[in-house]
Design a protein around this ligand. Structure first.
Ligand code: ATP
Length: 286
């Protein structure tokens, strides 16, 4: 596995406050992952072991963001890989890549392994078409690793590895991966609906910018379609930010603002900037 494909696990810097909405999901995830990490002795010899969970839903709705925030908030390292990155045309190399991911996670435990685009790595067995069964071997290796992280009888924080899988297509997954003890908790992460929820996400996304006092993010949320992905909402805010930066550059050019007076705080989002964000909106869900 070439080193650029596998980043070393590290603790991310995504905090709950960076995430709008999803309150139920945050609680659910903490309950599922926090207890085994904080109180490993309570789970010793337990027959109720779980190696991970599966987040599913359309792209851009916050699966990756939430997985990172769980790691940050629990202070555990995070190893993120995309399923297709591990696949290799050479016989045996994909299995070896899967093995190395878990070896790396164990070496940095406690660790959360985020397996994005899991359906590419673990398609239903026998469904791989012309690939000559290579995929079946990859799935077997993955299942062995998944079982490996559950079977640690002497589980304690120093060898804690938890898997968070993510997919847009749970129906394409090898179903035995979802058996009890494996990724047996499925959580849907979908588009944000309703003014309240969209406003919470917009608030989180605007956290690092100054807003003019007359800005009401609820009005912005209301002007957007009923259902938006997080990526859609991010697009609105980043368009507003670009508009604010453009405004500053124009002022410098016209001489009404000195370049030396600029600071990151100079970027202030007002109603007109946010409106440009709303007008440029291109929905990714309908
Ligand atoms: P994919 O399936 O494509 O990997 P995903 O579900 O993992 O998508 P993320 O990468 O987590 O989606 O989200 C895309 C972007 O949308 C994030 O980088 C973030 O800027 C924004 N976003 C999504 N959900 C939220 C949220 N609840 N609060 C704030 N920002 C969000």
């Amino acid at each position: 596995l070439q080193s650029q494909h596998l980043d070393a696990p590290k603790i991310p810097k995504v905090y709950w406050d960076d995430i709008g909405g999803l309150d139920k999901l945050k609680k659910e995830l903490l309950k599922t992952i926090e207890f085994p990490i904080k109180y490993p002795h309570l789970f010793k010899n337990s027959t109720l072991k779980r190696s991970g969970i599966l987040l599913y839903g359309p792209p851009g709705c916050g699966k990756t963001l939430v997985a990172k925030a769980v790691s940050t908030e629990l202070n555990v390292s995070f190893l993120s890989v995309k399923g297709p990155e591990l696949l290799n045309m050479y016989i045996g190399q994909s299995e070896e890549n899967v093995r190395k991911v878990f070896e790396s996670a164990r070496a940095s435990s406690p660790c959360i392994v985020f397996l994005d685009e899991l359906d590419a790595l673990a398609p239903r067995r026998g469904a791989a078409g012309d690939s000559g069964g290579a995929s079946d071997r990859v799935v077997s290796q993955l299942l062995a690793e998944v079982d490996g992280v559950t079977s640690g009888e002497d589980a304690d924080t120093s060898n804690f590895v938890f898997i968070m899988g993510a997919t847009n297509r749970p129906d394409l997954l090898e179903q035995s991966l979802l058996r009890p003890g494996r990724l047996d908790k499925l959580i849907y992460v979908g588009p944000y609906t309703g003014t309240q929820e969209k406003t919470s996400v917009l608030k989180a996304l605007c956290r690092s910018y100054k807003l003019r006092p007359e800005v009401n993010l609820m009005n912005v949320a209301e002007a957007l379609p009923e259902r938006c992905t997080g990526a859609d909402l991010m697009q609105v805010v980043s368009t507003a930010r670009s508009a604010a930066v453009r405004g500053l550059v124009d002022k410098i050019k016209s001489g009404s603002l000195k370049e030396s007076d600029l600071s990151p705080d100079s970027v202030v989002l007002g109603v007109s900037e946010l409106w440009q964000g709303v007008e440029s909106f291109r929905p990714s869900v309908t």
